[in-house]
Design a protein around this ligand. Structure first.
Ligand code: SAH
Ligand code: SF4
Ligand code: F3S
Length: 450
């Protein structure tokens, strides 16, 4: 008899992608096989995100599209999980408006997924396995089977949750307080990955550089990186996301001194205005941020710097916004992920009375995008003629005629499909850059590492 098929649809950040790999791995260990298309699946799980309204609407619309699949195949099991389902009002929505969703489990229930699946299969009723973080502070998912989506790049969660409570953000409510994995567990996982040919390891956490504060092991994030870089093998180590208040000189020194560390830093700025940073509860000033960037550029002159910026936070004046554009010009980020502020229920910023109109938010967003496009293009053009090392990923997701690689510093490069693809896939290569656009580089492979 053929095995039942599972399909996992993931919204949101890398943390969710890493969780989905565990969901898939667990289901496979319980007799399922991965479906290539959701139409073929016997079990579909939607792993949701709540960071902005748009993310929630996409996940809900993803769920809505399953109604007809369920009608065509009543035995289909549909589950929902992830950050969105941790919110009471969204749970009510799912219970009432999505009756074909058979079960829901929260982010603090991930490690019990195997038991949840057994219970759901044995029961005729819908199952809601959702508890708030007050009821269940969540654990650390150790030892779950993982079905990785790539054989060259791997995500490794090193900590869960967030203690920062930025006033706009839902994450601390839907992911709970910071919990770090034991250092030995992280090292063993990375060691196994590199021994199995993984070339790029990305350490994940909502605030990775506060790793270790709760373990009592005396190993902070910088020390964890030092220990990981001491492992054998040819691999590059990346991490995300760092909070500027915890981006210490010690951490920057570790990156500068270890050739295995990607010369890349994603350091979310959010705003260039001190009064907005204060209202956001970010706990740093623009001066402190600029000082951190200055030290990074001093220790690692060719570092690739990226950031997140929110446009239209409550009370943001023209002057505040100009401060943001100004700091973008001063720093010259390689790339910026910019977001229109989205009101999140239960967060302090949602109570603020000075919300900004959609019209102003959109107008500011387009000005910001225009400026960043100019800066990114200039940054990329300076790379023409240079050689970047990167991991070859195969056919490009955005242009099937080309192949792609991400450089160790995080730049996306397109190049012609090699004639003997098997000799290239998943390997490190030196790529000479021949042409540059704002978010894309084009190049030619110069050397392949075996
Ligand atoms: N923990 C990470 C980022 C998590 S969310 C950090 O602190 O850097 C990723 C990005 O989404 C944030 O950096 C922020 O720019 C954006 N974001 C978070 N909440 C948002 C909201 N309510 N509206 C718009 N953007 C938001
Ligand atoms: Fe959200 Fe701030 Fe925590 Fe990042 S650091 S997850 S923005 S609360
Ligand atoms: Fe979204 Fe949750 Fe990540 S809210 S951004 S999936 S931590």
């Amino acid at each position: 008899m053929s095995k039942p098929l599972i399909f996992v649809e993931t919204y949101g950040c890398q943390q969710n992608e890493a969780d989905s790999e565990k969901i898939l791995g667990t289901a496979i260990s319980k007799g399922y096989e991965k479906a290539e298309r959701k139409q073929d699946a016997d079990l579909i799980i939607i792993n949701t995100c709540a960071i902005r309204e748009h993310a929630e609407l996409r996940a809900l619309s993803g769920a809505g599209q399953l109604k007809h699949l369920k009608q065509a195949k009543p035995s289909l099991l549909i589950g929902m999980c992830g950050c969105m389902v941790q919110q009471e009002h969204r749970m009510e929505d799912i219970k009432k408006r999505y009756p074909y969703v058979d079960f829901v489990f929260g982010t603090n229930k991930l490690s019990s997924f195997a038991d949840i699946l057994d219970e759901v299969k044995a029961s005729e009723k819908r199952g809601f396995f959702v508890e708030s973080y007050q009821e269940n502070p969540g654990d650390i998912c150790e030892g779950m089977p993982v079905c990785r989506s790539s054989s060259s790049k791997a995500y490794v969660s090193v900590m869960y949750g967030c203690n920062n409570f930025c006033s706009y953000c839902v994450v601390p409510y839907v992911r709970g307080r910071e919990r770090s994995r034991k250092c030995a567990d992280v090292i063993n996982e990375v060691k196994t990955l590199t021994e199995n040919g993984y070339r790029e390891i990305t350490l994940l956490g909502q605030n990775v550089n506060s790793y270790g504060k709760d373990t009592g092991e005396g190993v902070n994030f910088s020390e964890l990186i030092r220990r990981l870089c001491a492992l054998d093998g040819d691999f590059v180590l990346k991490f995300m996301t760092s909070h500027p208040k915890d981006a210490s000189h010690e951490l920057i020194d570790v990156i500068a001194d270890n050739p295995k560390c990607a010369k890349q830093f994603h350091l979310p700025l959010q705003s260039g205005s001190n009064s907005i940073l204060k209202a956001m509860n970010r706990k740093y000033t623009r001066e402190k941020y600029l000082e951190t960037v200055e030290y990074m550029r001093y220790r690692i002159p060719d570092i690739v710097l990226t950031s997140d910026i929110i446009v239209g936070f409550p009370g943001e004046t023209d002057r505040d916004f100009e401060d943001t554009l100004d700091i973008m010009r001063t720093v010259g980020f390689d790339n910026v992920y910019s977001f229109i502020y989205s009101m999140r229920r239960g967060t302090p910023a949602a109570q603020m009375t000075n919300q900004i109109s959609d019209e102003i938010k959109k107008e500011r967003m387009s000005r910001l995008l225009e400026l960043q496009c100019e800066i990114s293009t200039q940054k990329n053009q300076a790379l023409v003629g240079k050689v970047l090392k990167g991991v070859i990923e195969g056919e490009s997701k955005s242009n099937p005629k080309k192949w792609s690689a991400h450089s160790t510093s995080g730049k996306l490069i397109h190049f012609d499909r090699p004639e003997n693809p098997d000799e290239y896939l998943g390997k490190f290569a030196d790529i000479r850059i021949t042409e540059a656009k704002a978010i894309m580089l084009y190049g030619e492979i110069e050397k392949i590492y075996n």
